[in-house]
Write a protein that binds this ligand. Structure first.
Ligand code: 13P
Length: 231
């Protein structure tokens, strides 16, 4: 069971350091825990969590080792910082920054080849689900990925992200089973996970953890989610 907090574009170095130092002294139950700060706060987070089992993940990474790619960060740079892994293909990257399935595949492959652990995100929009296309979208997004010991998938239905509309445990379980039928890797659920629903979601057979956005920004709510998931 892995609970990862995706901070998105929140918490600069000062706030990230304070959060991570407090996280060290917090009861997080019996789950694996990771935080995904923005690039600017990665070094501080790595330093603050040194010597703990809590992993620090970037929120993206490029496929090249270096080059003329303004605004991008490479896998060797993340390794040098002591970062454990990267989230790749988040729906906000896909929807707001034009990330394609092919670019996601290249980023994932490069990150894995440099020894980074990868959380690759997939998920359908509300319109796609209503049109009965959810499985076709997942099939397309997953078709460019190959199973790897250092890869997990996060199923994040776009209609549940930041909306307070969580997928029911039944809907999530069905989607997770479908993802696993195509790619044999652990699958995290993401989309409005909160202390009040983390337990029932993580109790489903094919839900192997959670990728938490908004509720991971507050220490006590993130810790409550971790403890709920460990039951
Ligand atoms: P929320 O938990 O804020 O809905 O965000 C989910 C998410 O996008 C995690 O990557």
């Amino acid at each position: 069971m892995l609970i990862a907090g995706n901070w998105k574009m929140f918490k600069g170095p000062h706030e990230a350091g304070a959060f991570c130092r407090a996280l060290r002294d917090t009861n997080l139950g019996e789950v694996e825990v990771a935080v995904c700060p923005p690039y600017a706060s990665l070094a501080t987070a790595v330093q603050a969590l040194a010597g703990t089992e809590i992993g620090v993940f970037a929120q993206n990474c490029h496929w090249a080792d270096e080059g003329a790619f303004t605004g991008e960060i490479s896998p060797p740079m993340l390794r040098e910082l002591g970062v454990y892994g990267a989230v790749i293909g988040h729906s906000e990257r896909r929807q707001l920054f034009g990330e394609t399935d092919e670019a996601v595949a290249r980023r994932v492959e490069a990150a894995l080849s440099h020894g980074l652990f990868v959380i690759a995100c997939v998920g359908e929009t509300e319109a796609e689900r209503e049109a009965g296309e959810a499985e076709a979208v997942l099939r397309r997004q997953l078709s460019v990925l190959s199973a790897d010991d250092n890869l997990v998938v996060a199923y994040e239905p776009v209609w549940a992200i930041g909306t307070g509309k969580t997928a029911t445990p039944d809907i999530a379980q069905e989607a997770h089973a479908f993802v696993k039928s195509l790619l044999d890797v652990p699958v995290l659920y993401g989309g409005s996970v909160r202390p009040g629903n983390a337990g029932e979601l993580c109790a489903e057979r094919d839900i192997d953890g959670a990728l938490v956005g908004g509720a991971s920004l507050d220490l006590e709510s993130f810790a409550e989610i971790c403890r709920a998931a460990s039951h």
